[in-house]
Design a protein around this ligand. Structure first.
Ligand code: ADP
Ligand code: MG
Length: 435
């Protein structure tokens, strides 16, 4: 046994299971009754997300390809007649967050309640004139909400967007806004404003778009090119790993690195400087054919960063093309399906190498997860999210999930990392009402 020969303890493998929608709704309802002593009007929920490929491309005007997790954040919600906003969370026991709707805005609130409260602020004043917009149901008023969630926190799986988007669809119903039916990009923008302006986290729109727009059985191709209109920004694309005999496994490394924020800002700055030097609005405009010429005009570090961005956008396009093929009758035989699976896996491996070597945003735990999963039979694996910790993903042959997870957990023990956790991630549905 590996453990015995290396003198380390055997690993235990922790699975983070998704709740059923009913279980989630019941938990949030119980939290609501306990916090506020009355029944909620209903329960709304929204998923965390995982990005299949297309990393550090959103702020370069590029492409990303997230799917929604079956893991969701549930919000039991009831309107109030006055202006009070009261928030409880099972993940923050005893910490009842309160404010008045009128006082919420950039710089006026903090703590975890800033995420949901920020969404209320952004949705109450959609035209941005500082007055509350009227709706078909009257003027927005205060509310009580209780949260419970099975999306892991701070694991790069977007618990923050899941919280924002669950509150957004609840408020959309409560205030009669009617945006969830066919104007979801407007809800996306409100959630982004909440996170950027009220919480103060400079994230792109990837997380909120995924949580509001992903559909079951699909990945979402997001196009961040500056002039993309709303109706072309997000396109569902077939992604059915089970049709290829594969399962998407998520490895939460549980590693957190304090450098992450400064490093993120520095990568952004390097890319923006390189775009200026190359005379383009965003690096999206550099094509694979034009890459060599562009690289000659740049110094060493910028050269590697730009090479990652340009090749990563091309990998997203190739991944989407291969995944489409999986759903077509060109992949009828098991040999043909294996070829498609191998292609997806090779693109994931190339993405990881590029993020590790050219973009330099991986870390020891992420590299261990990718190497151990691949050695245990994954067709491909890569870090996902911003990097410096968070999660990795692996496409593994169906039926090998436990064996791959055990091998990764053991590799973490052998290399002295803290224990990781594992999630299964069939592409799932968007933010919606539960009961
Ligand atoms: P990620 O989105 O990758 O999980 P973030 O740092 O962006 O990590 O967001 C995590 C923060 O979002 C938490 O620290 C907390 O403030 C807030 N949050 C997310 N989910 C909940 C929840 N269920 N209850 C309370 N706060 C939450
Ligand atoms: Mg987040």
């Amino acid at each position: 046994m590996t453990a015995a020969t290396q003198g380390t303890d055997p690993a235990t493998t922790t699975w983070l299971d998704a709740w059923t929608r009913q279980e989630g709704a019941e938990r949030a309802t119980r939290a609501f009754v306990a916090a506020f002593g009355r029944e909620p009007d209903g329960v709304w929920s929204a998923p965390g997300r995982v990005n299949l490929i297309g990393e550090h491309t959103d702020y370069n005007g590029g492409l990303c390809l997230p799917t929604a997790l079956p893991h969701r954040t549930y919000v039991a919600f009831a309107r109030r007649d006055d202006d009070a906003v009261r928030l409880a969370s099972a993940q923050r026991p005893g910490d009842l967050w309160t404010a008045s709707l009128g006082e919420i805005g950039p710089g006026t609130v903090d703590g975890w309640g800033a995420y949901p409260a920020g969404v209320a602020w952004a949705l109450a004043d959609r035209d941005g004139d500082g007055d509350r917009d009227r709706t078909r149901d009257g003027t927005p008023s205060g509310f009580d909400a209780a949260v419970d969630s099975c999306v892991p926190f701070g694991a790069g799986l977007s618990s923050s967007a899941a919280l924002e988007c669950a509150v957004a669809v609840a408020l959309d119903d409560a205030w009669g806004l009617g945006l969830a039916a066919d104007r979801r990009p407007e809800l996306t923008r409100a959630c982004m404003r909440a996170e950027n302006e009220v919480v103060g986290a400079p994230t792109g729109g990837l997380d909120q778009s995924a949580s509001l727009l992903c559909t079951p059985g699909h990945a979402l191709l997001l196009d961040f090119a500056p002039d993309t209109p709303d109706d072309a920004f997000a396109r569902p694309r077939t992604f059915e790993p089970e049709a290829l005999g594969l399962t998407l496994l998520v490895i939460d490394t549980r590693a957190e690195h304090s450098l992450a924020d400064g490093q993120y800002a520095e990568r952004r700055r390097t890319c923006e400087d390189a775009a200026r030097r190359l005379g383009v609005r965003t690096l999206r405009e550099i094509t694979p054919e034009g890459l060599d010429d562009a690289l000659e005009a740049l110094a060493d570090v910028a050269r590697r960063r730009v090479r990652h961005v340009v090749t990563e956008v091309a990998r997203v396009e190739e991944f989407v093309a291969a995944a489409d093929l999986a759903g077509s009758d060109q992949a009828r035989t098991s040999d043909e399906r294996a070829t498609v699976g191998a292609r997806l896996g090779a693109l994931m491996a190339a993405s990881h190498a590029s993020l590790r070597d050219d973009y330099e945003v991986s870390c020891a735990e992420l590299d261990t997860a990718v190497e151990a999963a691949t050695a245990a039979g994954a067709v491909g694996a890569r870090m996902t999210g911003g990097g410096f910790g968070g999660s990795a993903i692996a496409l593994v042959p169906r039926g090998t999930e436990q064996a791959v997870a055990d091998a990764v957990a053991q590799a973490f023990v052998d290399r002295g990392h803290g224990a990781p956790a594992f999630l299964l991630a069939p592409p799932s549905g968007p933010a919606d009402r539960d009961v």
